[in-house]
Write a protein that binds this ligand. Structure first.
Ligand SMILES: [Zn+2]
Length: 390
């Protein structure tokens, strides 16, 4: 990568996002990763420490004569996380390393309206304010994830009705000095995996696909770039207008075939039962050959949607998270075959590698917490510009 001049914020952001993704680093590898001399790094670390953003803990060196101070985020940093799902709004407080200190769920009504969702947010915010006040905790960042949030949101959300501006005003009223960022759920799940998965498969630009309540994707790029995380609505690629109805209002979307609710229906269990079985479902639920065949067809379709997305914007890597990750190699081969079947030039020629990471649904609000941590890191710990949504 060519050397580019960086602002102070960008340099601090590079250090902090590296610490977030690595979970902590000794000085020499950190200096190398962010392309700084050890002397320059030292000056910046001094500031970050004084501001309460990082700490340096004595650790046995991994090599003889090596350094003994491990640089990581200050464990006192508190972040708030709010994650809206189809059933409830999760609210929590946690730290930069993903540890949760507090979580609560405020249920949504069966058929939520804009007013009802606003009311649920207010309730959650009051819980959050009371909890942090009692403990005299000052929040460094708030991260909020909303399914289906994207460029359409100014005209209303097609997945869960909510008015982001109205909700944003509530934060301004109850948490006036705390930076707040909203994002699409899939972006938050992508961030969660990028920051919390050991040996995450790609470090350069790639496509992340999440198969949960819905099917969605995110373009992942260098974390300090402005467009580091961009949602992509590949779940609403239509495969036949006579197909099953999708929650977006159309028929035959890949989501209507491959989402978790669609899988539950195929297996004749409830979605809650499926979630409860977790990674066990693939072995716990016996599959007839008809169901297995149907499953493969749906996975193939998912692969087609991913391949088509890559035709539009080529990327060398794809990470898939969600229920397909829990299947055997043999079963999920259908996804790869689907990608291969429509990707221009085929997967080999396009040099696309596919990796599966475990699902992260049902762990709310962990994804929102990871997103809040990402926002804080990317702002370089200089909150003025951290209000922009990713
Ligand atoms: Zn749809």
């Amino acid at each position: 990568m060519p050397e580019q001049p960086r602002s102070r914020r960008q340099t601090r952001a590079a250090i902090l996002t590296h610490l977030l993704q690595s979970g902590g680093s000794f000085r020499p590898p950190l200096a190398k990763a962010v392309r700084l001399s050890e002397a320059s790094l030292s000056r910046i670390l001094f500031d970050l420490k004084a501001e309460g953003l990082i700490e340096e803990v004595r650790r046995p060196a991994p090599y003889v004569g090596g350094p003994t101070g491990l640089v990581s985020f200050d464990s006192a940093i508190a972040l708030a996380a709010l994650e809206l799902t189809g059933q409830w709004l999760s609210v929590g407080v946690g730290g930069m390393a993903g540890e949760m200190h507090y979580t609560e769920r405020v249920p949504l009504p069966k058929r939520p309206t804009v007013d009802a969702v606003s009311k649920v947010f207010r309730e959650a915010l009051i819980l959050l304010r009371d909890w942090t006040r009692r403990r005299r905790i000052a929040l460094a960042q708030i991260g909020i994830t909303i399914p289906g949030l994207g460029r359409l949101s100014e005209f209303g959300n097609p997945i869960i009705p909510c008015d982001i501006e109205r909700i944003g005003d509530m934060f301004g009223e109850l948490f006036a000095d705390v930076p707040v960022a909203f994002t699409n759920s899939v972006v938050a799940h992508a961030t969660f995996h990028r920051c919390r998965t050991e040996n995450y498969p790609f470090s350069d630009a790639h496509l992340f696909v999440f198969v949960g309540q819905g099917v969605a994707g995110a373009w992942m790029d260098d974390p300090i770039e402005d467009d580091a995380l961009q949602p992509v609505e590949l779940g609403h690629m239509v495969f036949g207008t006579d197909g099953p109805r999708c929650r977006c209002g159309h028929r035959g979307c890949v989501e209507a075939y491959a989402s978790l609710p669609a899988l539950a229906e195929l297996l004749r269990v409830t979605e809650a039962e499926l979630l409860q079985l977790g990674s066990e479902w693939a072995t716990a639920i016996p599959l007839t050959s008809r169901v297995r065949q149907e499953l493969r067809q749906r996975l193939f379709r998912l692969g087609l949607a991913i391949g088509n997305t890559l035709n539009v914007k080529p990327r060398r890597g794809v990470v898939i998270s969600g229920w397909p990750s829990l299947l055997t190699d043999d079963d999920r081969k259908a996804v790869i075959e689907g990608i291969d079947a429509c990707l221009l030039g085929g997967r080999k020629l396009a040099q696309v590698s596919v990796a599966f990471v475990p699902p992260s649904n049902g762990n709310d609000p962990q994804a929102a917490l990871a997103f809040a941590a990402f926002c804080l890191a990317r702002s370089g710990g200089m909150p003025a510009a951290s209000t922009e949504a990713a």
